[in-house]
Design a protein around this ligand. Structure first.
Ligand SMILES: NC(=O)C1=CN([C@@H]2O[C@H](COP(=O)(O)OP(=O)(O)OC[C@H]3O[C@@H](n4cnc5c(N)ncnc54)[C@H](OP(=O)(O)O)[C@@H]3O)[C@@H](O)[C@H]2O)C=CC1
Ligand SMILES: O=C(O)[C@@H]1CCC=N1
Length: 273
């Protein structure tokens, strides 16, 4: 089966390379297209054997399953271009949260799924969020599940949980990296420890923390309990974080949801016939 990727930007490119690195797909199993052809050529140079289609329409005509890896405002142009070429046996996977499955099912006669990936898939880790459309058969679901199991832990979610699940799985690598950067910067500011040391310390800690939580038998709660010895220093820090940081995340979630609602409306306006 040839798998197509329309859009080889940050996430389209990451998925292509992750499937290849995992061994699940060979470069020759993949066909790509991108608005700026040089970007697709760059990816093909790094992964010999990868096919480049001359247009999105050509890609659609040569694949049984293809991914839409473009940004919300770019969907209309792609759908306009490919809609006559798509046939009902094909599987189309959108990786974009504010584009609703019902809109894609209205535009295209084929089987639709939304699978929201995460940058963590660059190292074959983290969850991918699987939202099956109404036309997928059990066999289609199995095929997609199997594909994404090679690079992630797929998780079925309801479409109305897309935003919050994506905040946690897809946006949080950036949010947590930002917190670690702030922690390292504060360490430099308060103590003049060299910045390289501070960044290395938090980075290596994050690596160990990830392993403790996924392989080391710890939960978020048990880990805090284990580190915060009674009457010790960590407890003082945790009390401060409980007071000051918790409300920031409430605001952050409200903010991402407000932006999402706005994007949903804009996408729907752009897709109105
Ligand atoms: N980045 C992330 O961590 C995650 C992103 N996503 C979602 O993935 C989607 C893509 O994001 P991301 O990869 O970061 O964005 P990018 O801007 O990096 O990539 C989008 C790509 O789509 C290409 N493109 C645009 N229009 C067309 C077209 N008509 N035909 C062919 N290719 C086209 C662009 O080409 P050009 O080179 O011309 O700009 C670009 O390479 C977004 O909806 C985002 O929400 C989901 C989960 C995580
Ligand atoms: O920032 C964004 O819009 C995308 C969605 C999930 C992660 N990145």
């Amino acid at each position: 089966m040839t798998v197509g990727f329309i859009g080889t930007g940050s996430m389209g490119g990451t998925l292509v390379e992750s499937f290849i690195q995992s061994g699940r797909l060979l470069p020759s199993d993949i066909l790509i297209s991108n608005r700026t052809r040089a970007k697709a050529e760059h990816l093909a140079d790094k992964n010999p054997g990868l096919g480049i289609a001359t247009s999105n329409r050509e890609l659609v005509s040569q694949t049984s399953c293809f991914f839409l890896c473009v940004k919300p405002k770019e969907f209309r142009a792609v759908l306009d271009e490919i809609k006559e070429e798509v046939h009902e046996d094909q599987i189309v996977v959108s990786i974009t949260s504010p584009v609703m499955i019902r809109d894609l099912e209205e535009w295209l006669p084929c089987k639709i799924a939304k699978i929201i990936p995460s940058i963590t898939q660059a190292v074959q880790a983290g969850n991918s969020l699987f939202i099956p459309g109404s036309r997928l058969t059990a066999n289609d679901r199995e095929q997609l599940w199997d594909l994404f199991s090679a690079i992630s832990r797929p998780l079925v979610i309801e479409e109305h949980h897309t935003r919050i699940a994506s905040d946690l799985a897809s946006c949080s690598p950036a949010f947590i990296a930002n917190l670690l950067e702030k922690l390292a910067d504060a360490a430099v500011e308060e103590t003049q420890i060299p910045i390289e040391s501070a960044r290395s310390l938090v980075t290596q800690m994050a690596h160990g923390l990830g392993r403790l939580l996924t392989e080391g038998g710890f939960t978020l709660e048990s880990l805090q309990q284990r580190v915060a010895v009674p009457g010790g220093i960590t407890r003082e820090g945790l009390d401060l974080l409980d007071e000051d940081v918790g409300p920031v995340f409430n605001r952050l979630i409200r903010l991402t949801h407000a932006k999402y609602e706005d994007d949903v409306v804009k996408v729907q306006q752009s897709l109105d016939h």
